[in-house]
Design a protein around this ligand. Structure first.
Ligand code: IPE
Ligand code: IPE
Ligand code: MG
Length: 229
């Protein structure tokens, strides 16, 4: 598990609202522009040979936003998946979802299932979209699954990990957050405990390949010690 190779980059795509505001546009326009940044970033990740990218798209806390914004985000998600799954499939990319998916509307759950099914054998790039995702919720879901199964104590790290949403996905090596906020907002709480953090002031809709390259270069300059001397 330990090492320097970049197997998985996680991104907190933040700043869509402020990007829109700075241009005098409604927040939803920022989210729309954010979709373009997703496309750019995935192409760049593939070109740069990153095997797995996870994107924080909607948190368990984001339901606190105005109903119109939540509906707008869900609409955008449906639109994106309808159009993009075919493209991702052609690119030999696998798409998966992490989060409390049963809390999403039934039509969205169906779209997610189809996308996962259609792309499950692809292996050029793995894209994980975190939806209704919260690190605390994921940990609670794992605990509840273990209790329901009657898993005996003591529970080890390995047994616990098997009950997370996507147990086979390697921990993120690098976690990026845009928009200048210096927090993770409940992203990959368990998996990110030894990730390297990278923050940029850019708003998500302005993020692109040069920014990803800068984050990666920064990562390779770091020394990962994992508690050792
Ligand atoms: C991130 O942008 C997208 C989501 C959380 C869905 P924001 O909508 O949080 O943008 P800011 O932080 O208000 O600028
Ligand atoms: C984190 O961004 C969640 C996503 C990017 C999906 P937020 O904008 O919701 O986080 P806070 O409210 O600034 O912590
Ligand atoms: Mg935000």
């Amino acid at each position: 598990m330990e090492g320097k190779k970049l197997n998985h980059i996680g991104i907190v795509m933040d700043g869509n609202g402020r990007w829109a505001k700075s241009k005098g546009l409604p927040r939803i326009m920022g989210h729309r522009e954010g979709v373009k940044a997703v496309e750019r970033t995935l192409i760049a990740a593939k070109e740069l040979g990153i095997p797995c990218v996870s994107l924080y798209a909607f948190s368990t806390e984001n339901w606190k936003r105005p109903k119109t914004e939540v509906l707008g985000l869900m609409g955008l998600l449906k639109y994106y998946l309808r159009i993009k799954v075919e493209e991702l499939n052609k690119e030999n990319a696998r798409i998966r979802f992490a989060g409390s998916l049963s809390g999403l509307s039934v039509d969205i759950q169906e779209i997610l299932k189809d996308a996962e099914e259609k792309t499950k054998n692809n292996d050029a790039l793995q894209l994980i979209v975190c939806l209704n995702y919260g690190g605390r919720q994921e940990i609670l879901d794992a605990v509840n699954k273990m209790v329901e199964k009657g898993i005996p104590v003591p529970v080890t790290e390995e047994i616990f990990r098997q009950h997370l949403y996507l147990p086979d996905v390697p921990d993120p090596d690098l976690l990026i957050r845009t928009s200048g906020e210096l927090r993770m907002s409940n992203f990959w709480l368990w998996q990110g405990s030894y990730s390297e953090y990278y923050f940029t002031d850019k708003y998500w809709p302005d993020f692109g390949k040069p920014d990803l390259e800068m984050a990666i270069a920064d990562y390779y300059r770091r020394e990962r010690r994992y508690g050792k001397a």
